[in-house]
Design a protein around this ligand. Sequence first.
Ligand SMILES: *Cc1c(COP(=O)(O)O)cnc(C)c1O
Length: 393
Amino acid sequence: MTTKTTRTAQLGLFPVGRVEVPVLPAINATTVVFPDTTSLTPLDRDSLSRQGRDPYENFYYGGVGTPTTEAFGQAVAKLEGGTHAVLAPSGQSALVATLSALLKQGDHVLVVDTVTYTTRWYLDQCLAASGVTVTYYPPEVTDLEPFLRPNTRVVFMESPGSMTFEVQDVPALCKTAARHGITTVLDNTWAASRYFEPFEKGADVSVLSLTKYHAGPAGVSMGAVVTRQERLHATIKNQAALLGLHVNPDACARAMLALATLDLRLNQQERTTEHVLRSLTGLSGLGALFHPSLPGAPGHALWRRDFMGANSLVTLVFEGLDRAAVHARVDRFRVVRIGYGWGGMLSLATLFEVNAWRTVSGIAARGMGLRLYLGLEDPADLVADLRQALEGR
Ligand SMILES: *Cc1c(COP(=O)(O)O)cnc(C)c1O
């Protein structure tokens, strides 16, 4: 058995007749041409299910799948430890397909308070408006029982949470949910298909924004919904098709090139993160520092128990500095650039209001937060830049 790094490097291998090519070809087609009328895949679902056939098992219309999208989806499913993947044009659309497939009017969903704000916007502005009751729970909750209702259908987790990286007790939450027949969905983007095994830990569905570490260096926006359960996969795949969430084969081919270097990049970025954390811990005049690997980080013991490493997102909270003072420091960055998103080559800084968006939990620190994404630059250059900007030297 080879290591994950080796398997990842060889993900792009694609069969062409009796040989293989190492780079996934982009087979761009919206139409598939059949040899005769009896080979046409019938499109109505009733006749398909009477024949016991999966409506998507064959390539019949480019929008819902080509050999390129199929191969890329399989690669993502394998990396994530699942068996099936539904691809979507973004992490957000993958989340929308999943939640709208699993929740109907009159249902109840439990959502961790530390979800990414775009997920919260969808839940509050769209799903709640369609008659689904949304309840947020604090990230430190381990006993779900008091939050459950007879109509609870889905428990949604994002661990570590957005911006301040609270680690949840995913195994405990999934165990309780399973006992009640409730589906568990985990936004596992942070773990980059490397640091957390969602299905071993009990989750039913893992949702990924591939826009981050997976495909970020290619500048590709994409998402995936991975599972080991055939029925859940079929339900979500059907919903993605109904919503028209077609993915482009060119984008998949480009994303695969980035995916093949995922492990290599993460190896380097782990070293960079350790380096930067060591030097930031020693800096004077800084407030709280957030990274799950730091003793004292929220959920650090759970991270040690359940995770195989940590990514290169780090958050600093400047307690006692006003907005103007924080802006002045961040504007001194020369190597780290200012921008939203993460997962690509560039180290990026974004500012946020600590405890904004949350409704049922919070962190003790007050003030402005600086989220750093550490990219592929030389760690020594990054440390020097952070020092000169944050300490004013
Ligand atoms: C970025 C992100 C999303 C949204 O993904 P897009 O591909 O940008 O739509 C969802 N969840 C998490 C945790 C993310 O970081």
